[in-house]
Design a protein. Sequence first.
Length: 445
Amino acid sequence: MNRFFYTASIRLLAPALLIWMGLRARRAGGQWEVLSGPRFGRYANPAPAHRPVWVHAVSLGETRAAQPLVQALLDDGHTVLLTHMTATGRAEAGRMFGPAVEQGRLVQEWLPYDFPGSVQRFLAHYRPRVGVMIEREIWPNIIATARRKGIPMVLASARFSDNSLRQALRAGKVMREAYESLSAVYAQTLQDAQRLEQAGAVAVRVSGNFKFDVSPPPEEVAHGKAFAAALPRKMLTIASTREGEDELFINAIAQQLKRAAALGNGLRDEVLFCLIPRHPQRFDEAAAMLQKAGIPFTRRSQFAEGDGTAYSNIKACANAMVLLGDSLGEMPRYYAASQIAIVAGSFAPLGGQNLIEACAIGLPVIVGPHTRNFEQAAADAIQEGAALRAPDPESAIQLALQLLDDPQRLARMGEAGAYWVKQHAGAVERVVIGLQEILAQKEKQ
């Protein structure tokens, strides 16, 4: 398929695609503005006075991964245009970069739909000096229009699975031309780089994963550690559960409670489980599941902040077996309050979620069997002794409870994780140097 037929197809399918976006927005909640002017490249506000460096982070995970790159660009004095496709990604970026947004040094915008007119208006309005797509976002009309306008496009912290390669090859000429048009590609691993070259990318180098450069906010870590010190139990966090996993983990917790009651041990007095759904639209659903299972729980949103150092109403957890983490942007706080983390998204065939964040805080990690989105990271963490793999939620919880009774092993795993993350940092610096070279070359032209 060439780009003419690609464009004709998306125009033909536009009504269905917009309905799908609207339904997705309704399920997810938040302000998506699916039919707003910026989604079609129409803007009421003027562009920044200085031509920006454009960074696109499609959703929540990519936004968090892009944080150290965006911060480095801001620290270097660049104006940054940060685009998203989802409301959760946009909200997280607004929280992370609030002062820069207020000062006008960072502008948040929706990525326009990949219609030629929308893309043309977007690029003409903002006139970015260079565009950086995070991880795997490639849109043929955006890439082609940027190339015509002389705007270099870069794919950074790129991950590219076998499935992504098959899809790109099936799409044919339109995707090959898009990958060939990229000025630079910075892959997470050698395997990603090889697959990207097969898809058509030519300027590929291995720079590493941005997630190794994400530093947990010290104030969030301090909040978490204060909570852990006040809590008379150990906390086991089940992080980033996705569709179908909440019920599996809730059932596994219920089984552990029944087993403990039958054996007469004090699990209720020893452990607080913390369950954190990946997406906010499932917070209430998870709460309903816990209630149906008869598991006493409390919600993070019901806590009062108190003095800002420790949760003033720690008693809210006194009669709870589960803390439902129904908040956004507080994952470092949860991890810092925990003794061990089960990183979900990997107990159903969904590809897994980021385990690097937990390791960076020095937290031992357990993952499931499905980690293709973090294939190399999961394998390396296991090899370094920072993580373990379990076949299913019940086995993961049993393993975590066993480790809680072995503080020396927990300490070794935590130290191994922190060291592993430190050894793999530097991807952002490599990409920033590459962007500086691209911008310097453009100035000479």
